[in-house]
Design a protein around this ligand. Structure first.
Ligand SMILES: Cc1ncc(COP(=O)(O)O)c(C=O)c1O
Length: 414
């Protein structure tokens, strides 16, 4: 019987694809530990975008000349790559957006506004990024629906025993949450939440911003109804994102934005809408950014998502081990088995911004702040944390550089 082994990834070799790693930061090699905020870009993506501008650029869809055809082919080709990435049933289910924030707002406005009302409940979690939390809180407020957040325990894991109490607040119509927490790295039980949402007669919305860059996604296996992600965190350019939705739900929804491209016919008496996915793509899209996202999908699939997650898992284990050597560092979040490549921590008695600034002197880039998760910060009883996050190009030496820098932080503030 054949034994399947995960193809290993050679992060040192892959760094050669990323021009940014040739930079020196204050004389040090760059230790880029902020990929959860935005990832670096490989030459393969940069070159593909340049090629698109130099040889395939015009506006898409309406052209009757060769360049417009080339641009349309490149743009629609990127949609097919995303369809394949997600194992979506149809390209009509793949809507290009500006980012995942836009994708989450699109659902909240175009599905939530007409479908929610008094007696209904919109459910998020205490872990969620503001991009999920705020749209549903806002739309619930506007429609008179209840707004509830599934609480987390002290390790930042969802307390699913609270679900019954939440269900007793009314008719649960939507459950929206992130697959992986950008602050704690918690991997949420999405299949379980989806099953619960469907039992309640609710739709399930997944913010996959921190999942799509790191693990294979299969929307049919997940069983959710909508899922969004953002290109700039997965080796692609900024300005592009994706909303995937079940075709029957997207087809039944009214548009979110109106204007060019999303119409079929416009008359003084009224306007009719274009087919999916164009009904949700008003105006000229971010053409070359979508092409760049397609190139990023090819790049990541070429490396292999199993290899990427395995590499990040090993790095996270190493980082947790190294940080545990520092008794004055407090680590937040779940155990390694249920954590992605993200570690939030605080240095006893030192403000996270001071920590990040001193680390910068060592060439170490980490984040300091609330990470757009203020409700979670309140739950953890802190105003802010430091956050280190890893990606396919991260190497153990960067973690060593972080630990060395933290010793310096301690010295400065002792
Ligand atoms: C879990 C999660 N959701 C949503 C977002 C928002 O992404 P964007 O700003 O690209 O819309 C982020 C980015 O930090 C995130 O980590």
């Amino acid at each position: 019987m054949a034994v399947e082994t995960v193809k290993r990834l050679d992060a040192r070799a892959l760094r050669g694809d990323f021009p940014i790693f040739e930079e020196k930061i204050k004389g040090n090699p760059l230790a880029y530990l902020d990929s959860a905020a935005s990832s670096q870009k490989p030459r393969q993506v940069l070159d593909r975008m340049r090629e698109a501008y130099e040889h395939e650029y015009a506006n898409v869809h309406r052209g009757v000349y060769e360049l417009a055809d080339r641009a349309t082919e490149a743009y629609e080709g990127a949609r097919l790559k995303v369809q394949r990435l997600l194992n979506a049933r149809s390209r009509r289910e793949v809507v290009f957006t500006r980012n995942v924030t836009y994708a989450m707002n699109l659902i909240a406005y175009a599905w939530g506004l007409p479908n929610l009302g008094p007696g209904d409940v919109a459910v998020v979690t205490e872990l969620d990024h503001h991009a999920v939390f705020v749209p549903w809180q806002y739309i619930a407020g506007r429609t008179g629906a209840e707004f509830r957040a599934i609480p987390v325990d002290a390790d930042g894991e969802l307390q699913l025993d609270a679900l019954d109490e939440i269900a007793s607040a009314g008719r649960v119509r939507v459950v929206a949450t992130n697959y992986i927490s950008n602050t704690l790295g918690t991997v949420n039980p999405i299949e379980r939440l989806t099953a619960w949402a469907h039992e309640q007669g609710a739709i399930m919305v997944v913010d996959a911003a921190q999942a799509a860059p790191h693990r294979a996604l299969d929307v049919q296996a997940l069983g959710c109804d909508f899922l969004g992600f953002t290109s700039h965190k997965m080796c692609g350019p900024g300005g592009a994102g994706v909303l995937w939705g079940r075709e029957e739900l997207l087809a039944a929804m009214e548009p979110f934005e109106t204007g060019g491209e999303m119409i079929r016919s416009v008359k003084l008496e009224g306007t009719t809408w274009n087919d999916l996915p164009y009904k949700f793509e008003a105006g000229t899209p971010a053409i070359v950014e979508a092409v760049g996202l397609g190139a990023a999908v090819d790049y990541l699939e070429g490396i292999g998502f199993d290899a990427i997650s395995e590499h990040e898992h090993e790095l996270t284990a190493y980082a947790l081990e190294r940080l545990a050597e520092l008794p004055w560092v407090r680590i937040f979040g779940p155990p390694l088995e249920r954590r992605a490549g993200i570690i939030s921590f605080e240095v006893e008695g030192v403000h996270p911004h001071d920590v990040a600034q001193i680390l910068d002197r060592h060439g170490v880039a980490i984040r300091a702040g609330h990470h757009c998760t203020q409700p979670l910060m309140r739950r953890l009883g802190v105003a802010a944390t430091n956050r280190a996050s890893f990606y396919l190009y991260s190497i153990p030496e960067e973690i060593d550089q972080l630990v060395e820098g933290l010793h310096d932080v301690r010295k400065v503030f002792a």
